[in-house]
Design a protein around this ligand. Structure first.
Ligand code: NAP
Ligand code: MG
Length: 402
């Protein structure tokens, strides 16, 4: 075999828990290390080590991503009462992803991995639809009130630096009912829009954004305005040079176009729309193990991971000696995404082609009828039998050796 590909700058490698930790080591050993002279800065976010470091390691790993620009993360347990007992933890720690996101100030993009023969439920979809979800404000930070009977409900703004109070009437309630107040921040919307334009440019796909600004002229209107402003000031030229379009429409029009269209774009969604639409896209695409998740920070750093969790139940079976049929594809694509990004930033074309070749070998393996159980259930035609994770990785490795 030819010499291994050399790297210039390190990748931040964040290890995790349970079945994904087992597969993480397997993917590295069989599919990456034989071809790449891996240079990583390693952080162990396995629950034992998070506990041993009083969770310091989590924030350290996030700061390392900011320093090096690219990270790849394994799935991690979010501790709860049951886990506290299982691992005899000193304390309950926040979700590692929440800690990391707070430091990177990012937006999460979820993208299905398409393989021929594993059909989406929507027959017109030919290319993946990526969801970029704004993760701040709106319904998720709303104030709500039960209204017991007739009366006036108002919105009141009192400026922190003094000055005149402003108020408007929400409703003159004729009887009992409900009321809700939502907010968002210009700066959060601006950073969300920047992350979306950066992602569209990086993936070379068009960007769609939709709200209901015909009805919500001020609130949704502000989202539309800020996207338009950021586009014109910071991205229009770059997008035009790259042949990337920015398309704004109404949310109901967007939904109709998504179902009739063939995919192949980034759909930027307000918080609630993204919550609902990402679940729709994921389930229409079949398996959680065929979905990647990328965190783009407006500070320029990128973190790649699988969208699924640690696959706990498979792990308990593996501990008893069973060779489980857990699908490693999203983990493989997290690695290839991170390696390709490193290749792009450091100008190492052969590392980029290696990443694309490993992705193709993984999809070719599935398309040749060699796949794990989650996909075997969906495939047309159905394969004679499902492979376990080790057989599946071996089948990909064989293709890589040719
Ligand atoms: P999960 O690990 O995603 O697994 C849920 C179910 O989805 C599995 O039982 C399995 O179904 C199927 N599945 C997921 N990934 C699969 C794969 N690669 N191959 C085959 N099947 C797959 O979610 P969970 O059970 O709710 O959570 C387990 C732990 O993961 C929790 O401690 C949670 O905190 C953590 N978690 C971490 C992240 C993250 O770090 N990003 C995200 C979500 C959850 P079958 O059992 O039917 O085969
Ligand atoms: Mg949801």
């Amino acid at each position: 075999m030819s010499a291994k590909i050399a790297m210039k700058n390190p990748l931040v490698e964040i290890d995790g828990d349970e079945m994904t930790r087992v597969l993480w080591a397997l993917v590295k050993e069989k599919l990456i290390s034989p071809f790449v002279d891996l240079k990583t800065e390693y952080y162990d976010l396995g629950l034992e080590n998070r506990d041993a470091t009083n969770d310091e390691v989590t924030a350290e790993s996030a700061r390392a991503i900011l320093r090096h620009g690219v990270g790849v993360k394994c799935a991690t347990i979010t501790s709860n009462a049951a886990r506290r007992e299982e691992y005899a933890l000193k304390a309950l720690y926040p979700s590692p992803n929440a800690t990391i996101r707070a430091i990177l100030d990012g937006t999460v993009f979820r993208k299905p991995i398409a393989a021929a023969g594993i059909g989406a439920s929507v027959s017109s979809w030919k290319k993946p639809i990526v969801i970029g979800r704004h993760a701040y404000g709106d319904l998720y930070k709303a104030a709500e009130m039960l209204i017991p009977g007739p009366g006036k409900v108002e919105l009141v703004y009192s400026p922190a630096e003094g000055g005149k109070e402003r108020r408007i009437t929400v409703a003159d309630m004729k009887g009992a009912g409900i009321v809700q107040g939502m907010h968002n921040l210009d700066e959060s919307i601006r950073s969300f829009s920047r992350s979306c334009f950066l992602y569209a440019l990086s993936e070379k796909i068009p960007l769609w954004f939709a709200t209901k600004d015909t009805i919500s002229k001020i609130y949704d209107g502000r989202f539309k305005e800020i996207f338009e402003e950021v586009y014109k000031k910071e991205f229009k030229e770059k997008c035009e040079r790259a042949g990337i379009s920015y398309f704004y429409t109404l949310i109901d029009d967007a939904v109709a176009r998504v179902i009739k269209g063939e995919g192949g774009f980034l759909w930027a969604c307000k918080n609630y729309d993204g919550d609902v639409m990402s679940d729709m896209i994921a389930s229409a695409c079949g398996s959680l193990a065929m979905m990647t998740s990328v965190l783009y920070s407006p500070l320029g750093a990128v973190e790649y991971e699988a969208a699924h969790g640690t696959v706990q139940q498979h792990y308990y079976r593996w501990q008893k000696g069973e060779k489980t049929s857990t699908n490693p594809v999203a983990l493989i694509f997290a690695w290839t995404g991170a390696l390709a990004k490193r290749a792009e930033l450091d100008g190492i074309p052969c590392l980029g082609s290696f990443a694309r070749r490993l992705e193709k070998a993984s999809l070719d393996t599935i398309e040749a009828g060699e796949m794990t159980g989650d996909l075997a259930r969906l495939a047309v035609p159905a394969p004679a039998r499902a492979l376990d994770s080790w057989e599946f990785v071996e089948a990909i490795s064989k293709r890589m050796m040719h």
